[in-house]
Design a protein around this ligand. Structure first.
Ligand code: 6R9
Length: 655
């Protein structure tokens, strides 16, 4: 039990802030008045955002919240998501506009205009119909980052089938459980994709999974790598079936609450949760936020989100948001270090990307590789940078702004979740003087609070739990097939409020800082200390690129802080010595106070991360407490834990 008065300590003080560039502010899509407008009439504000879309039938009621926590948005309205993302732009005369500049890892490219996309989606929709897929059916999609991935999603949306995209890196067991949970009828996959300079097979994993899935009738296979694959009776080649279809198809309007997709989040324990999103509210939310947060000017911007579409960030900000807004996007298949560590900057230079959205884990990796790599490229086209997925450490934020944004571009730190559907808390690039490491304020239309154990708002300067206090259009509607779990997980901790599971603090100005998952909070001598603040203190040392900390059982303090640290590329040899470890521990104590001083620091070559780049602290706790390592099935790279374990004997540093 905590003896501290505080729900979560506020240790890190940050004084830097970056006002928006004047020119961007003057021409911004969303200005400061939007906050007042939304506060005066929240539902009216969201209805105005819904008008960004083309509705076949207008809604009768903006929000039905009569049976919380089960929301209905734009009740009675009808629209088709694929029509909104594709056809209406073609009808508006933008058929020749580029939707995707696609870049394969080996260097092959494809350019898809909105007219191309319309033909491809129509053909794929007709192919799904031929395979017997109907409105309301579920389709699993297990593809690499190739154009057929968004095409498949849109083809499903077009006919009212609900897609469930599964990360191309997941195991056959992970795929099987997701297929079974959603009772999917069809899997769309590929022979493989390119990763790290070589073909990486997908089809064998699907074969293994579907050997045990009674609901799957067909496997639709895209030929990408041309490698040999086993052919089974239920397999159909995309190149045979889809290519011979008509490129005409009339999109059917769907109810605003028609299920658009299910996306599974693994969480820390238990069976994956199938997060259900529906059509009208979701599309409204992602279209609005993509326009507001990135200040998208569809006529001139080239937008790139480097996420994988298997993560919610790809669903909302590679597929539905940008396409609903008629944006020109870049889509890249492979890894950032193939054929060399400058590949991403090369892509930005080549396509003159103006808006770039990536994750802190990638930014810290680039810090580790060194400033000299991005310095070799012309990145002057960039005007807005974004971050998502984890708290961004102030040093990583400043590095990103300086080295990628030339000290000129705003950086928007966007907080949201698979469950929220779209961005919730973020600076607005033309309004906010952003502080490095802070997500700042809920967007106009969004209501969030930081509360203590009792659900009472904490004062400025205090820390606690992040909650969302009003429903929002992009919110999950339930956990697929498990309403009880939906209520219990998100709506039971605090009466009438959505519990996000994240710790947060409000600074003296009332701006919000995210502090990591509450499950990871460390209890040291009666103080609840967030992992984020200690990690940020470590990353603020010039020789540190990345850090992860966990609380390990300690006889004296209850829990003690154990840190895992990756040095920067430029740090040289001295990072191994006892001297340096002491220097680092003192650095943390000086930055945050003695309470946050790590008991132990281990220098490691890598950290265990999910495919979306989140550090899996649970596995590091196993290491810190000398247990055998738990479930590693959602790790991006399963060899990482071996690398860390090898390092252990030499890494102990206690005093
Ligand atoms: C979009 C996405 C959600 C969790 C969320 C939080 C963390 C995401 C963040 C952030 C601090 C940010 N998170 N963005 N933490 N600052 N800007 O990441 O969805 O994969 O479901 O993860 O990610 O812990 O609760 P998802």
């Amino acid at each position: 039990m905590s003896q501290s008065q505080e729900t979560l300590s506020n240790l890190l003080q940050e004084t830097r802030s970056f006002p928006p560039p004047a020119e961007l502010a003057a021409a911004a899509n969303v200005k400061a008045e939007a906050y007042d407008e939304a506060a005066a009439d929240r539902l009216g504000y969201w209805a105005k955002q819904a008008e960004r879309l083309t509705w076949s039938k207008r809604w009768d009621e903006i929000l039905d919240w009569s049976n919380p926590p089960f929301a209905k948005w734009f009740v009675g309205g009808e629209l088709n998501a694929a029509y909104n993302c594709v056809d209406r732009h073609v009808e508006a005369g933008l058929g020749a506009k580029i939707a995707y500049h696609w870049e394969g890892e080996p260097g092959d490219t494809r350019t898809l205009t909105y007219a191309d996309l319309q033909r491809e989606v129509n053909k794929a929709a007709n192919a799904l119909l031929e395979l017997g897929v109907r409105k309301g059916d579920r389709v699993a999609i297990y593809l690499p980052m190739i154009p057929e991935l968004p095409i498949s999603m849109l083809a499903c949306a077009r006919i009212g089938a609900t897609h469930s995209v599964v990360f191309g890196g997941f195991s056959s067991e992970a795929l099987r459980t997701r297929i079974d949970d959603a009772q999917a009828k069809l899997v769309i996959t590929a022979d493989g994709g390119y990763r790290r300079g070589k073909p990486s097979a997908l089809k064998p994993t699907v074969d293994e999974a579907v050997a045990q899935t009674p609901t799957i009738e067909h496997v639709l296979v895209v030929r990408r790598t041309g490698e040999d694959v086993a052919e089974n009776e239920r397999d159909v080649w995309w190149q045979d079936l889809v290519e011979r279809q008509s490129d005409q198809h009339t999109a059917e309007p769907m109810d605003a609450e028609h299920p658009l997709f299910i996306l599974y989040t693994s969480g820390t324990t238990g069976k994956p949760k199938g997060i259900l999103h529906t059509t009208g509210g979701y599309l409204t939310h992602v279209s609005y936020t993509h326009n507001a947060v990135f200040d998208l000017k569809p006529e001139t911007d080239v937008y790139w989100c480097s996420a994988d579409i298997g993560w919610v960030t790809g669903h909302s900000y590679i597929v539905y948001g940008p396409l609903a807004n008629g944006a020109t996007s870049v889509m890249y298949e492979g890894t950032p270090d193939t054929p060399n560590k400058g590949r991403w900057w090369d892509v930005i230079q080549k396509y003159k990307v103006s808006i770039f959205y990536t994750a802190p884990t990638a930014i810290r990796t680039f810090m580790k590789w060194g400033d000299d790599i991005p310095a070799q490229y012309d990145l002057s086209s960039l005007r807005v940078l974004g971050s998502v997925g984890e708290p961004i450490n102030p040093e990583a934020y400043v590095w990103y702004r300086e080295n990628i944004g030339a000290g000129r571009t705003p950086v928007v730190d966007t907080w949201w979740q698979t469950e929220t559907g779209g961005i919730m808390i973020s600076p607005l690039p033309g309004v906010t003087a952003a502080k490095p490491g802070a997500a700042m304020r809920p967007l106009p239309g969004v209501s969030a609070e930081v509360v203590d154990d009792q659900g009472e708002p904490v004062p400025n300067g205090g820390g606690g739990f992040l909650v969302l206090t009003e429903p929002w259009p992009g919110m999950l509607r339930t956990i697929w097939g498990d309403d009880e779990r939906y209520i219990k997980t998100y709506w039971s901790r605090f009466e009438g409020k959505y519990f996000a599971g994240d710790g947060a603090k409000k600074d003296e100005d009332g701006d919000i800082w995210l502090l990591g998952r509450v499950d990871d909070v460390m209890l040291v001598s009666g103080h609840n200390i967030s992992t984020t603040e200690v990690e940020s203190a470590l990353v603020s040392h010039p020789k540190v690129a990345e850090a992860a900390v966990v609380g390990a059982t300690d006889p004296v303090t209850g829990q003690a802080i154990v840190s895992f640290v990756i040095p920067r590329g430029s740090a040289g040899e001295e990072v191994e010595g006892e001297e340096f470890l002491k220097e680092l521990r003192d650095h943390v104590a000086k930055t945050l106070g003695p309470i946050a001083k790590p008991r132990q620091i281990m220098m490691v070559p890598e950290l265990p991360k999910t495919r979306s780049g989140k550090i899996m602290r649970r596995l590091l706790r196993d290491v810190a407490e000398n247990r055998s390592i738990g479930d590693v099935s959602t790790l991006a790279d399963s060899t990482v834990m071996d690398l860390i374990s090898e390092k252990l004997p030499s890494a102990k540093s206690e005093d």
